[in-house]
Ligand binder design. Structure first.
Ligand code: PMP
Length: 411
């Protein structure tokens, strides 16, 4: 470790809250990013197979230009008329089912989920919520309450009485947990929230029919259905622009974050007119920075690039290549217990002796890949799932490099 890295680690420990983790045994001082690559302070290039936030690529020149141009012109709040926010809302809602037509702009995924919960409660006049085990929805007080990944983990204090957990489904039959809970909570249930593909739970695709049955039960009990698309939206899963579309369901509220600003802090909630009207109860909703001119100019450009550069189709093509390559590796390496996901939202589950989570091995692999110039991370309840979630420009050559380097590391 060079002295500069050592002094940064020391200063960080002195100046920042210590429950902020640092990736890798040998931490990186990343000083520059360009598309699917990151560069450290010695000019070494790393292939980024992990950071979904830089959706269209780190520092995509068109996003940078859009932000710069707007910063030079104006940046203020949403209480003035402005064309860009309307163009952005028009283009965003055009990607969604017709019923999802009303936008709210905020500054993070957490703020968006907070607002989604307020909308659900205002509409249903009820309070209780059904959540999936191991889910994560954000960092605020209330969102820790609805995030088992946090409140059931170190430092957590469990779920409050209004939060009801259902297991991650292994088959469609597990919708019964939601059906039973919804029946029990009739009259008190404001809704059900789930990522369309649970990510911190380990990159999971729901069994066919599960979400449709869960949604039906929740609505039957008076609740609304919230899709957290913070990680899965914007074409990442390849087959669809929004991951919920895969299951043939239409949520009542969709929550957006991370990729939509390509690193600039933007969150959004999109809902039905009926829910938005219930929320319009006399109390103004206002966010100082949410929907500001610069955020909207950037958000608009990011969406345009996703569409112009056909990034969804690209994620599907390269994602299939990765899935095939990883499944080949699975044949040769017993530690790979499962390869799953869709597009650029993939998980490689590692087990020791086909049953014990290979947590330490996963950490070693991630650290070795970092030494070999490829950035990945782990997730899942036991941190034994390698998470592949690159910026969308990740190419065929990048996929092949990842596969060969991964195999060398496994050997
Ligand atoms: N929902 C999901 C599914 C997330 O992954 C995250 C962030 N990891 C959030 C919400 C919270 O977003 P933010 O960190 O922007 O507040």
């Amino acid at each position: 470790m060079n002295t500069r890295i050592k002094s940064l680690i020391e200063a960080r420990g002195r100046l920042l809250g210590r429950n902020l983790s640092i990736a890798y045994d040998r931490p990186l001082n990343i000083v520059r990013g360009s598309m699917q690559y990151l560069y450290d302070d010695e000019g070494r290039r790393y292939l980024d197979a992990y950071n979904n936030v830089a959706h269209v690529g780190h520092c995509h020149p068109k996003v940078v230009a859009a932000g710069q141009k707007q910063m030079e012109l104006l940046n203020t709040n949403t209480r003035y008329l402005n064309e860009t926010i309307l163009e952005y809302a028009t283009n965003l809602t055009a990607t969604l089912p017709e019923s999802l037509s009303i936008c709210f702009f905020v500054n993070s995924g957490s703020e968006a989920n907070e607002l989604a919960l307020r909308l659900a409660r205002a509409h249903t006049k009820a309070r209780d919520l059904i959540v999936l085990e191991h889910a994560y929805h954000g960092n605020t007080t209330t969102l820790i309450d609805i995030s088992p990944y946090k409140h059931d983990g170190p430092g957590g204090e469990g779920a409050p009485a209004w939060v009801h957990k259902v297991p991650l489904p292994a088959s469609q039959a597990d919708a019964q947990y939601v059906i039973d809970l919804a029946a029990k909570l009739r009259g008190r249930l404001c809704g059900f929230i789930a990522e369309s593909m649970p990510s911190v739970a380990g990159q999971i695709i729901f069994p066919d029919g599960y979400l449709a049955q869960a949604y039906e039960a929740v609505r039957g009990a008076g609740g609304v259905c919230i899709a957290d698309e913070v990680q899965t939206g914007y074409g990442r899963t390849g087959t669809h622009f929004w991951a919920f579309e895969r299951y043939g369901v239409v949520p009542d509220i969709v929550v957006l974050g991370k990729p939509i600003g390509n690193g600039h802090p933007i969150g959004a909630v999109i809902t039905t007119r009926a829910i938005a009207e219930s929320f319009n109860n006399g109390m103004e909703f206002f966010s100082t920075f949410g929907g500001n001119n610069v955020s909207c100019a950037i958000g608009l450009k990011v969406l345009e690039i996703v569409q112009e550069e056909n990034l969804q189709a690209h994620a599907l093509e390269i994602g299939e290549r990765l899935l095939k390559g990883l499944r080949d590796l699975q044949q040769r390496h017993a530690i790979i217990a499962d390869v799953r996901g869709s597009g650029f939202f993939l998980g490689v589950e590692l087990l020791r002796d086909a049953r014990i989570p290979a947590t330490q091995e996963a950490a070693r692999i991630v650290n070795q890949l970092r030494e070999r110039g490829i950035l990945l991370g782990t997730d899942g309840p036991h941190h034994n799932v390698l998470k592949i979630r690159p910026p969308m420009p990740f190419s065929k050559a990048d996929a092949d490099l990842l596969l060969t380097t991964f195999e060398e590391t496994l050997r």
